[in-house]
Design a protein around this ligand. Sequence first.
Ligand SMILES: Cc1cc2nc3c(=O)[nH]c(=O)nc-3n(C[C@H](O)[C@H](O)[C@H](O)COP(=O)(O)O)c2cc1C
Length: 169
Amino acid sequence: MTTPRVLVTYGSRHGATAGIAEQIGATLRADGCDADVVPAGSAADVAAYDAVVLGGALYAGRWHADARRFARRHGGELADRPVFLFSSGPIDDSAAKGEVPPAPGVARLAARLGAREHVTFGGSVTAETPGWLARQLLRRGHGGDFRDPERVRSWAHHVAADLNEAESD
Ligand SMILES: Cc1cc2nc3c(=O)[nH]c(=O)nc-3n(C[C@H](O)[C@H](O)[C@H](O)COP(=O)(O)O)c2cc1C
């Protein structure tokens, strides 16, 4: 049985999605995968990996441009290996309560890549988040860190189990 090599890559503007990706990477490593966590803007060598986890922060209903560009650029290589997608977005407990479906553009991308799964995790807008819109959200009482480490960990365990099972076949 060989160790699955997994690329965890993401598009993030203010770091919340990067934090989720780091947590996924750490869980995959704990579960026996060889995982690298790299921003989508600098990830290049997809062919070196057995599987890819790709995540994007949601802004105005779309993934961060780096995640979209990565999917476009590496579409062929991604279609050839197991791909797992995640979005980071909702600034409320909707993601924790149940399945938040992918944004339409992300759903199209998932279909094109033949992604095994897509999951939405809660996002984070806090007083440290720069920008006028973030300030407005907070002023209206809509901010907070809705990332859910337990849910992220549990999903990453499930991805690792899927990949480890494939390697042992
Ligand atoms: C201007 C702005 C627009 C946003 N638009 C969406 C959206 O359309 N859908 C959503 O679920 N979350 C939206 N969010 C929440 C972000 O996706 C969330 O804060 C995410 O965790 C940010 O990740 P990042 O820090 O990695 O950039 C928005 C946040 C801001 C500040």
